[in-house]
Design a protein. Structure first.
Length: 262
């Protein structure tokens, strides 16, 4: 079992540990809806929860976002929380605020000390990436720098470099998510994850999206992906598998490997 990769401990959950973490997104559009969704999802005992704030109708109201983060933190207890605004160009919802206001929102959320990770796309303006990196570092929040391609799967070298670029930019975690057009594309994503995992000093997250790529969510951990997203109640990306099914798959893999995932 490899030990060279940095492992992150978030409230007792180990990202980059022996077994990939199981995460689930929250996509409620109102505070009441989001908290109700979170309560139902928590009954399934995910390892980590992601709030996709781009679905939130009050995203332009920083006070409302911070109050909702506080309520969500109380409801989740010791379960780690990822805060994510996914841009429309990388598969997210269209929102009513400009990118500079998104950065200000990230800075405020980081300063609230209510979240454990912030996910920010590395394709954002360099200055915005630097500001978000500074805010997360100041407030001891882990930064996930991510790349998404909902159109196709780029080549192996490109994908490996995307993982390593995230590390160069100061990420605590690197994430790559791409859309396959055929089975070979799924293999490309897995191979890129394995190759980057051998070079990077931070945990990686990867997935091949859609029905064709669903297998990567089940076996990505065998190639170096430290987290996979499953459906607790509502999907936030194509190809997400119900949490309960992933638990079953992970258990089968673990037992077949004598108790070890990697």
């Amino acid at each position: 079992m490899k030990q060279s990769k940095k492992m992150i401990d978030a409230r007792g959950k180990k990202l980059g540990g022996e077994t990939p973490l199981l995460g689930t997104p929250l996509v409620g559009r109102t505070r009441a809806g989001l908290l109700a969704e979170a309560a139902r999802v928590m009954a399934q005992k995910p390892d980590i929860v992601e709030w996709r704030v781009d679905y939130f109708e009050a995203i332009a109201d920083t006070k409302a976002v911070l109050e909702t983060v506080a309520a969500l933190r109380e409801l989740l207890g010791r379960t780690p929380l990822i805060f994510t605004r996914r841009s429309a160009t990388e598969g997210g919802e269209r929102i009513a605020i400009a990118d500079d206001k998104v950065v200000e929102l990230y800075e405020a959320v980081a300063a609230s000390h209510r979240v454990d990770f912030i996910d920010f796309e590395m394709a954002n303006e360099a200055e915005h990436v630097r500001r978000v990196r500074a805010a997360t570092k100041l407030n001891k929040v882990r930064l996930i720098l991510s790349y998404h391609n909902f159109s196709y799967t780029p080549g192996l070298d490109f994908l490996v470099d995307k993982f390593l670029e995230a590390e160069r930019l100061g990420a605590d975690v690197a994430m790559v998510s791409v859309m396959p057009r055929d089975r070979a594309d799924v293999l490309t994503l897995l191979a890129a994850t394995e190759r980057a995992d051998a070079k990077a000093h931070i945990p990686l997250i990867s997935m091949s999206m859609g029905p064709l790529g669903a297998v990567s969510r089940m076996i990505g951990g065998l190639f170096g992906s430290g987290l996979t997203y499953g459906v607790g109640e509502s999907a936030s990306a194509p190809g997400q598998i119900p949490l309960g099914d992933l638990v079953t798959v992970f258990d089968i893999i673990r037992r077949s490997r004598g108790g070890e995932m990697f």
